[in-house]
Design a protein around this ligand. Sequence first.
Ligand code: ADP
Ligand code: TRP
Length: 352
Amino acid sequence: MKEVVLSGIRSTGNLHLGNYFGALKNFVRMQDDYDCRFFIADLHALTTTPDPKLLHANVKNILAEYLAAGLNPEHATIFVQSDVPEISELYLLLNMHVGIGELMRTVSFKDKARKMLGISGGESDDDIEKQIIGTDSNKRVNAGLLTYPTLMAVDILIQKAHKVPVGKDQEQHLEMTRRFARRFNAFYGTDLFVEPTNFNFGSAPVKVPGLDGSGKMGKSEGNCLYLIDDEKTLRKKVMRAVTDEGPKVPNSPVSPTVENLFTLMELTSTPDTVQHFRDAYADCSIRYGDLKKQLAEDILKITLPIRERILEYQNDDALIARVVKQGAERARHYAAQTLAEAREVMGIKKFY
Ligand code: ADP
Ligand code: TRP
């Protein structure tokens, strides 16, 4: 029996190179060797209350992007979270064993709550807690956001996944999932839930930098190179990347902004090309314009074919419907089994 792999991406916008190298590329590599189940986390997207029209359009975009990047619905189960109502029921049940204290201490919760309350930083955790339980209803932090880790744990536990390929930022959520599984199993004296681990082919989790010198590429950072960017847009973004004045003496250390360009180049260009520019940096002959042109070229080699397929799949409603229907059926099959087992051990039984 193949091990079960599960992962998902929230439907909050188009996928960028961070999502691609941090998650999606691994998904594609794993689909033949594992029992893979990949989904769109639309219920998780609701925790930041998106416009309903945008939510649906984004689910469709990401489905098209999954397929365009090479996920094959014949090999992997591809589904939408909200198509599996068993997840919502188990989420309610598991919440009975999750403490509000541990949820409030989650880093992602504190970050997002800060944003919702319009707090810029500096405040202690105590101050944030006071504001959260305060009564100003305009600045509500919704309970869905607090229980985000329970929902994520249920996504994983309901499929009995062994491996969960995610970026570094999700490690705390995964650790909580393991804790919830252990706690539930111990409380009911069962081995129902499997404790999952992160997975990325043995290498350290990738962090794709932004080109604005600000660290991580991310949707909320506004510094993304999107898979769906057209040629002109992408070239323009790369040519505008922040650099420095250039090396003045041989073998100077590389500044963080320029290192970001090299990091992207290492992900997208051949080793010879990277070496050529590293050497040029070392002997001070480097011209950043040339490096950026080459980088844009090599990124486009990866993204343009994907972009073409995205545009094609986005317009193929019949294909998308077929993929998610088949995916939902498979995902529900496993989810219903786990849910029935959980109800049973918890003592929820029918009289009729
Ligand atoms: P974003 O940070 O843009 O909102 P998500 O939180 O939806 O992206 O992330 C979806 C997946 O992509 C996660 O597995 C996450 O770890 C990965 N990911 C996102 N940004 C990056 C990045 N810059 N580098 C590596 N992985 C990333
Ligand atoms: N929290 C993840 C993110 O922001 C998305 C996610 C939801 C997920 N449920 C999951 C990832 C289950 C892996 C497994 O990227």
